[in-house]
Design a protein around this ligand. Structure first.
Ligand code: ZN
Length: 263
């Protein structure tokens, strides 16, 4: 694989100065990055050295290395690039270690969506749900954790009764070959904040590393839940409940405000 600094999407990536105050807990640090790798490994998202994360921190882009055991990564093992100068700031001391093969996917997603962080997991639920659902998208509605998902169109969180839709693409022999299918998802589904790869895993992107981590947790929960719902013949998208909920809230409003004089 050629050096990442020659990747066309990385070269077109610009530092977004509006990012300054986006982070709740401050910009990503190498210490935090390696701690998150341990957490993600423990969640079953990055076993067998799989999975990856890319994160913009100020003028720098941090990307996990390929093939290394994710829960044992040290700060010096993270690849760091300067976005403004298009240079490599840091690479692992072992020269044989290469940057994640997801790096070109991350730079495409970041450039096209303005996302600051992309998390790629190999969770069992993400894999299994793509085998249970034969269509090209996963959809679920009326779930509390849908409220943890950011809507890039409104800039707000989705509502409980909204339908979360995640496109599903087919797997390819190598991760970098997912570039064109992911480009297709970004072109055809501009509202998407994630994509499922059949028999493989999940990619999630968001405006900050915090929101991306939270969304990945919420989506992974929803995928795991969906597998159990399907086993129990429960529909994932509940159209009927929407009407009921609307009627109910209307009734409650009538009950609560019936004594009030019209303003
Ligand atoms: Zn993967």
């Amino acid at each position: 694989m050629s050096e990442f600094i020659s990747d066309s999407n990385f070269n077109e990536l610009v530092v977004d100065t509006t990012l300054d105050n986006r982070n709740d807990e401050g910009p990503m640090t190498l210490e935090n990055f390696t701690k998150l790798m341990v957490q993600f490994y423990e969640l079953g998202w990055m076993r067998g050295s799989g999975g990856a994360m890319g994160c913009i921190s100020g003028k720098e882009l941090m990307i996990s290395p390929s093939a290394l055991q994710k829960e044992r990564i040290r700060e010096q093992d993270v690849f760091v690039y300067n976005i403004s100068e298009k240079t490599e700031v840091q690479r692992p001391p072992n020269k044989r270690i290469t940057v994640s093969s997801c790096s070109v996917l991350f730079s495409l997603i970041m450039k096209e969506t303005g996302s600051e962080c992309v998390i790629h997991t190999h969770s069992k639920s993400a894999n299994l749900i793509t085998q249970l659902i034969k269509t090209d998208s996963f959809e679920i509605s009326h779930q509390e954790y849908i409220k943890g998902i950011y809507d890039p169109f409104s800039g707000k969180a989705l509502k409980y009764s909204d339908t979360l839709s995640i496109p599903i693409i087919d797997n390819m022999p190598s991760e970098s070959q997912l570039l064109e299918p992911i480009r297709g998802v970004l072109d055809n589904h501009p509202q998407a904040i994630a994509v499922l790869v059949r028999n493989h895993g999940l990619f999630v992107w968001g405006p900050t590393w915090e929101s991306t981590k939270i969304m990945t947790e919420c989506i992974d929960y929803l995928l795991e839940l969906s597998i159990d719902m399907l086993k129990n013949n429960i529909a994932l998208v509940n159209e009927g409940a929407f009407e009921k909920e609307d009627n109910l809230s209307e009734k409650l409003r009538t009950l609560m405000f019936s004594d009030m004089a019209p303003v």
